[in-house]
Design a protein around this ligand. Structure first.
Ligand code: KIV
Length: 295
């Protein structure tokens, strides 16, 4: 894969669209893809020319402290998505449909997908599941919304799956995943995300469809790579550390260090000092003192 020809042209970054993503695939330019849940992280991703942002329901874990993604609501996703869309002017933003926002009926799925687009300002939505979700994908795509299918490890089904595991490690699992990918494309999805699948089978799945296929923990034979922001920057407070989660910084450690130093300075009286307090004219201060003392 080459690295030229991204959405950055002549120093001016253009809005990343579905067309951009398709031509990046055609030119074998891998897309950089991260999660974000708030305005500053979307703005940081923007400053770094990240191509795609997923407002993941993983925000329930990274931002809200839930143990898994199941309790995340549409209202929480709207809150995250609106903030991200305010910060991400050029990146392609995908809103992640939370548990029970699309499983119950086509109508509900279309209504909630529509909210990500019209209320929050996202460019597309993502939902989990293959063949069993084909009808929902069809309904949402027919209403004019671009859909990303999510296959492999699908966190909203971990109770059914019996926990987090790697998929596509046997011929049977690979065949089922490939059928899912084809069903998702046939239903009208614009792209697919593969999670926790070994590199070679993931690459074969990409070859079995024509739409862009991105991965998280699915090797490099794909059209782009997703990482959870909090894993990437070392800010995840929790005990889940997937093998694929490469850490590029240790922001959590830096935040703790800064807070320890602040706490120590408050206790010792070093903070605030003159530099951090507002000055007042001596004659005004004298007048205030007289007022206070005379009271
Ligand atoms: O919510 C999320 O961030 C996701 C990724 C784990 C793929 O769905």
């Amino acid at each position: 894969m080459t690295t030229s020809g991204t959405a950055v042209g002549n120093g001016t970054r253009r809005k990343v669209t579905l067309g951009t993503l398709r031509s990046m695939k055609a030119q074998q330019v891998p897309a950089s893809f991260v999660t974000a849940y708030d305005y500053p992280s979307a703005a940081f991703a923007e400053a770094a020319n990240i191509d795609m942002i997923l407002v993941g329901d993983s925000g329930g874990m990274t931002m809200l402290g839930y143990h898994n993604t199941m309790p995340v609501t549409m209202e929480e996703m709207m809150f995250f998505s609106k903030a991200v869309c305010r910060g991400a002017k050029k990146a392609f933003v995908i809103g992640d449909m939370p548990f029970l926002s699309y499983q119950l009926s086509n109508k509900l799925a279309m209504q909630n997908a529509g909210r990500f687009i019209s209320e929050a300002g996202c460019d597309a939505v993502k939902l989990e599941g293959g063949k069993r979700m084909a009808k929902r994908i069809r309904a949402i795509a027919d209403s004019g919304v671009a859909v990303m299918g999510h296959l492999g490890l699908t966190p909203q089904s971990i109770s059914l799956a019996g926990g987090y595991k790697v998929y596509g490690k046997t011929k049977k699992e690979f065949e089922s995943l490939r059928e899912d990918a084809i069903a998702v494309e046939d239903a009208g999805a614009s792209f697919i995300l593969l999670e926790a699948i070994p590199e070679e089978p993931a690459g074969y799945i990409r070859e079995s469809v024509s739409i862009p296929v991105y991965g998280i923990g699915a090797g490099k034979k794909l059209d782009g790579q997703l990482l959870i922001l909090h894993d990437l920057i070392g800010a995840f407070v929790g005990d889940i550390k997937p093998k694929f989660a490469k850490r590029y910084a240790n922001i959590g450690e830096q935040i703790t260090k800064a807070l320890l130093a602040y706490g120590d300075e408050v206790k010792s009286g070093q903070f605030p000092n003159l530099e951090h307090t507002y000055p007042i004219e001596q004659h005004e201060l004298g007048a205030i003192r007289e007022l206070v003392q005379g009271a």
